[in-house]
Design a protein around this ligand. Structure first.
Ligand code: ATP
Length: 201
């Protein structure tokens, strides 16, 4: 089956937690964050293009991409930032599609933090939004990372609003309860997706 569920949600909402519960049920995950690192990995076509554009100084001594240096270069230069986005977006999209095609589970899950913001919902059959309040997003993110409430708020503000994500979602999973409650909700959705993908158990 090539049925694909797009999984998204704001910072700290629980995307990774939910995705791992689907993985425990045997579902293949394709993770946008991992793919975006793979397309610029050592010896990749993407990294070769970056070196061609920015020069060898964009590399670390071990030949890997110097992310801090790249961030610095595109921070102050709009043309370079646009050049990089034009390079990376098609590479990331193609690699996601390639991994989804290879998926051998009854359906697959594409995990993308900015699924709606980057128009990647066009690649999936249906969307699942992990939903929690902004207060809980802030609390859980601060507990996980060494960041301030203000830093979390800035990231929340840069992402699509809770209302916008909810209005675009085919399914919503409320993650304000316990992990045990979450497992039950994932099991229900799993059965729904098996049916939608044309394979009931
Ligand atoms: P990001 O986009 O910021 O990477 P995410 O959406 O992938 O985040 P997770 O990392 O899965 O979110 O969850 C954020 C934090 O909240 C983690 O530390 C996770 O262990 C915790 N968490 C997730 N769900 C629950 C829950 N139901 N109860 C308590 N803690 C939870």
């Amino acid at each position: 089956s090539n049925f694909v569920v797009g999984l998204t949600g704001g910072i700290g909402s629980g995307k990774t937690t939910v995705a791992n519960l689907f993985a425990e049920l045997g579902i293949t995950l394709v993770d946008a964050d991992i793919v975006s690192r793979e397309v610029v990995a050592k010896d990749s076509e993407g990294l070769a293009k970056i070196v061609e554009h920015f020069g060898e100084t964009i590399l670390l001594d071990n030949g890997e991409l110097n992310r801090a240096a790249l961030r610095q270069r595109i921070f102050s230069n709009t043309a370079d930032r646009e050049w990089l986005n034009a390079l990376l977006h098609p590479l990331i999209r193609a690699e996601m599609l390639s991994q989804l095609e290879k998926a051998d589970s009854p359906y697959a899950i594409l995990v993308v933090p900015l699924l709606f913001e980057n128009g990647l919902d066009s690649l999936v059959n249906c969307t699942l939004v992990v939903d929690i309040s902004p207060e809980l997003q802030t609390k859980r993110t601060i507990e996980r990372d060494a960041v301030s409430a203000e830093q979390v708020q800035n990231i929340i503000n840069s992402q699509a609003s809770r209302a916008e994500k909810l209005s675009k979602a085919d399914d919503v999973i409320d993650n304000q309860g316990t992990i045990s409650a979450l497992k039950g909700k994932v099991a229900v959705l799993h059965n729904k997706y098996l049916t939608l993908a044309g394979r009931t158990r």
